[in-house]
Design a protein around this ligand. Structure first.
Ligand SMILES: Nc1ncnc2c1ncn2[C@@H]1O[C@H](COP(=O)(O)OP(=O)(O)OP(=O)(O)O)[C@@H](O)[C@H]1O
Ligand SMILES: [Mg+2]
Length: 501
């Protein structure tokens, strides 16, 4: 008897509890073959946990998984891969000192004669795979040298190389620029036409509406519903996700920039391909956005301001005094704070608690002479900040690695806000953060600016750059190609400057 199989994958009644949290409560997800099924919900809604149950990383407490109508037991990632399920994780962990091809074929090297690894075949296979996906990376490049976006394309190639029928992408575009997103979407279309189903997790509404066929929305571990993408609008998705209407995506700003806090003149990296001859001013109470494509050297520039990268020439003047900042500690003493873009590698301390992660940049403020009192003061301040950012954590004592991706980001932001900096350097501050919480973060940034703090914000999200900046500075290939006033900035103008050589 032929059965017309409507769903390639069904997760039925999945529940999963962690100490103190019901991460999933009777969730059902049905995915049709050859479609993109988006999974949406606020930070901590349970999206990644559901996918980890599918991928054999967690064992669900209740519920079943069906593949092509057959009930299956998935007890490990190896099981999942064998059954044709791949997952590109929210936090990438490649092996940095190995080559690109080794990262792809790790554990399944093509070998002749068991002991020998056939590097030539591996190179050829990787090349063929990349060609198919239109990825431009040499297979023998060491992964540690690549940008986040390149690493992401390698992860996608890896998933494809397993010949998977279902590919889970957990926030695949969080570190991609628009051109790279278009490229990813082409790959997704290609996969779809081969009958592959994609489960696509993202916080970016415009992308979801563009790429997906169906959308499932979750809130607080529960499924709210599944809709055809064409039935939805950004506003509808938001209200279903947050459970209330969110009328505006950006808060009103009442900051009045005045006086110069930071003056950068002719700043040039010791690396010839990095930032070059950078001159700009940052005013007190100003939000200066930095736009550009990946590779524009924006991160390198603000890391140099923070004393993390060597400069060959140029000067930095802080409050009228020329300074040389040679370490992060020195930068902190000068009232600067830096929120880095890659929280896994440079940000969080995974085995410390939420509380400790938030407090760590700020220990000096709480020492002596009233140890006990200060301990309590610290606890209260940290908790207040963590709550203000609407961080979802069972308790401040929970290990940060057990928080959802977006919530980890909020703890890091709390860490730097607690140092009461004069100048905040933010590198993609809302990456991976849901709409509701984004609004909270924007509100905090706007408040800080109003209090006279100065903010430099790198962002690859156009609406964010336009919605939050007093001025937008655009960089391309290490140089400033333009500085636009907020009022005259437009998406087109920023793109034009970002692509200028
Ligand atoms: N290993 C774990 N131990 C304890 N709690 C966990 C663990 N993994 C997830 N949680 C909790 O389960 C809930 C759901 O987290 P999950 O990572 O699935 O959220 P998410 O929807 O992917 O959010 P985000 O958009 O921030 O990535 C959160 O409250 C999180 O703190
Ligand atoms: Mg997640």
């Amino acid at each position: 008897m032929m059965i017309d199989q409507q769903y390639v994958l069904e997760l039925k009644g999945i529940s999963k509890e962690f100490p103190g949290v019901k991460a999933l409560d009777d969730v059902t997800l049905q995915v049709r073959p050859g479609t993109v099924h988006a999974l949406m919900g606020e930070n901590g809604a349970g999206k990644s946990t559901l996918m980890k149950c599918l991928f054999g990383i967690y064992k669900q407490d209740a519920g079943d998984i069906y593949l092509n109508g057959q009930k299956v037991e998935i007890n490990s990632s190896r099981d999942a891969l064998q059954m044709g399920i791949s997952m590109i994780h929210q936090e990438l962990h490649p092996v940095p000192f190995r080559s690109v091809m080794e990262n792809i074929w790790l554990g399944r090297f093509p070998s002749w004669w068991l002991l020998f690894i056939d590097h030539k075949k591996m190179y050829r296979d990787t090349e063929a795979l990349f060609k198919q996906l239109d990825i431009d990376i040499k297979p023998d490049t060491i992964v540690g040298k690549l940008s986040v976006s390149k690493i992401q394309s390698i992860e996608i190639a890896k998933a494809v190389s397993f010949n998977s029928k279902i590919i889970v992408m957990d926030e695949p575009t969080s570190s991609l620029t628009s051109v790279e997103v278009e490229h990813l979407f082409k790959i997704i279309q290609e996969l779809k036409s081969r009958g592959v189903s994609i489960i696509y997790i993202s916080h970016k509404m415009e992308e979801i509406l563009q790429i997906s066929d169906e959308v499932t929305i979750m809130r607080d571990g529960k499924k709210i519903g599944t809709w055809a993408a064409e039935e939805l609008t950004t506003d509808l998705i938001i209200s279903k996700m947050v459970g209330r209407d969110l009328t505006q995506r950006f808060p009103p700003r009442n900051n009045v920039p005045n006086g110069v806090v930071l003056k950068v003149e002719g700043l040039t990296s010791i690396h010839p391909k990095s930032f070059n001859n950078i001159s700009f001013e940052l005013r007190r109470g100003e939000i200066l956005g930095i736009g550009g494509l990946v590779g524009a050297q924006r991160t390198e520039l603000i890391e140099a301001l923070f004393g993390l990268r060597e400069v060959q020439s140029g000067s930095i003047t802080l409050n009228g005094k020329m300074v040389r900042i040679k370490s992060a500690a020195a930068a902190k003493r000068h009232g600067m704070a830096l929120l880095t873009e890659e929280r896994r590698t440079t940000g969080i301390f995974p085995v410390l608690s939420v509380h400790e992660n938030a407090a760590i940049a700020n220990m000096r403020r709480y020492v002596r002479p009233y140890l006990l009192l200060n301990e309590r003061k610290k606890r209260d301040e940290v908790n207040e900040m963590v709550t203000k950012l609407r961080t979802k954590t069972p308790s401040p004592k929970t290990l940060i690695m057990n928080l959802s991706g977006g919530n980890q980001q909020k703890v890091l932001l709390a860490r730097w806000l607690l140092t009461s900096p004069e100048i905040l350097l933010l590198d993609e501050p809302t990456r991976g953060i849901d709409v509701g919480a984004k609004y909270e973060i924007y509100t905090i940034i706007a408040d800080l600016a109003q209090q006279g703090k100065s903010i430099i914000m790198i962002s690859s999200e156009m609406p964010e750059l336009l919605g939050m900046s007093d001025r937008v500075m655009v960089m391309s290939e290490g140089r400033i190609t333009g500085i636009l006033n907020g009022s005259e900035a437009s998406e087109e103008e920023i793109m034009r400057l970002a692509a200028q050589h």
